[in-house]
Design a protein. Structure first.
Length: 362
């Protein structure tokens, strides 16, 4: 097929559904590296792991009352991932060794806060993106801080333009549109798995297929898995163990909304499928929701993509600092064909709102 259609790009994807090591954070990292070796040996070039897989998703926060979460929360702090750090170095080396793109979910520790972070490593080992879940869901809000709009972007990788969202971020249509407007070709979705029950898996399946259709992209979704022994460890109360089962729908979906392989339910496994990126254009020819099918003069997105800032330096203080150096003269801003309108939206030279997405920048 590739010989007669040289424009076609075939990317073999791997969606990985395995259990973490709840006792040894280095054990979870070992499982990641072993899965990378296995998927790469099967020819996969794009690999997706579950949400906050390293060291593990905070299942305890769903079944323990707040007054009893302290010890487990502190343990998660101790085992959380520094970015950059030893975990990112090990995964970067694996990506470079095999020439694969890896999307890994981690609990990131940034001084006194934890974040649900998604890391995208390119095939040369470069960490192309670190983004944080913008709004932790329900019980997660006691565990993680909020991310910012800087991570709602798409990055160029060896396999194509890749974007990522975690779990119920897929229920935020504007977050999804921010990635769609940046023309993502492959979308990495991550869910915790072993949570809520079968209804979670059913809802997830609808959600990822809808995004594939609406964005005209491939969706590679990975959910986690807990063994029976791990469920008992997380839920000492037998009455609550049903809350840590189900919710498994590891899948690979085409831009036409079709499963490219039978989704994985309960259990461990690595789902493999080939993605023909020519299907992106085939779908967009019919319906490009950020192009010919959009109505930006009626509906558009305002996206503040500035990183969160906790300290702001007054402009006057910066000017005073610069004035001490008489050799350094202020450089006037160059005139721009685009100026921010009073409503904050980017505007063209004629004052018309920019199409699809307006971006606030400092």
């Amino acid at each position: 097929m590739s010989e007669t259609r040289p424009e076609t790009r075939i990317v073999r994807a791997a969606a990985i559904q395995i259990a973490p090591d709840l006792d040894r954070p280095e054990g979870t990292l070992e499982r990641v590296l072993n899965a990378v070796d296995e998927a790469a040996a099967k020819g996969a070039r794009f690999l997706v792991f579950p949400e906050t897989f390293v060291p593990y998703y905070p299942y305890f926060s769903f079944v323990l009352p707040p007054a009893l979460q302290g010890a487990e929360h502190l343990k998660l702090y101790e085992r959380a991932v520094a970015v950059p750090g030893p975990v990112t170095q090990a995964v970067s080396a694996a990506a470079r060794r095999h020439g694969v793109v890896i999307v890994l979910g981690v609990n990131e520790r940034d001084h006194g806060s934890l974040y649900n972070a998604q890391l995208i490593f390119d095939a040369d080992g470069t960490l192309k993106l670190k983004r944080r879940k913008i709004t932790p869901t329900y019980h997660e809000r006691m565990i993680w801080g909020q991310g910012d709009g800087a991570g709602l972007t798409v990055v160029e990788t060896a396999v194509g333009r890749v974007g990522a969202l975690a779990c119920w971020e897929h229920y935020n249509p504007l977050a999804r549109y921010a990635l769609m407007a940046r023309h993502e070709e492959i979308h990495a979705a991550q869910f915790p798995g072993s949570l809520v029950g079968q209804i979670f898996a059913d809802q997830m399946e609808v959600t990822i297929r809808h995004h594939a259709l609406e964005a005209a992209c491939f969706v590679v979704n990975a959910t986690g898995w807990l063994t029976d022994a791990q469920v008992a460890q997380v839920c000492p109360d037998e009455r609550l163990r049903g809350a840590c089962r189900g919710g498994n729908c590891t899948a690979i979906v085409s831009p036409e909304g079709k499963h490219l392989a039978e989704p994985l339910g309960p259990g461990e496994g690595i789902l493999i499928a080939d993605m023909d990126l020519a299907l992106v254009t085939k779908r967009k020819r019919m319906m490009d929701s950020v192009g010919h099918y959009a109505r930006p003069e009626l509906l558009s997105l305002l996206h503040d993509d500035r990183p969160a800032a906790f300290v702001h330096q007054p402009a006057g203080a910066q000017t005073a600092s610069r004035s001490l150096d008489h050799e350094q003269q202020p450089v006037p801003d160059e005139p721009s064909p685009r100026a921010a309108g009073r409503d904050g939206a980017d505007r063209d030279a004629d004052g018309a709102p920019d199409q699809r997405v307006a971006i606030l920048r400092r």
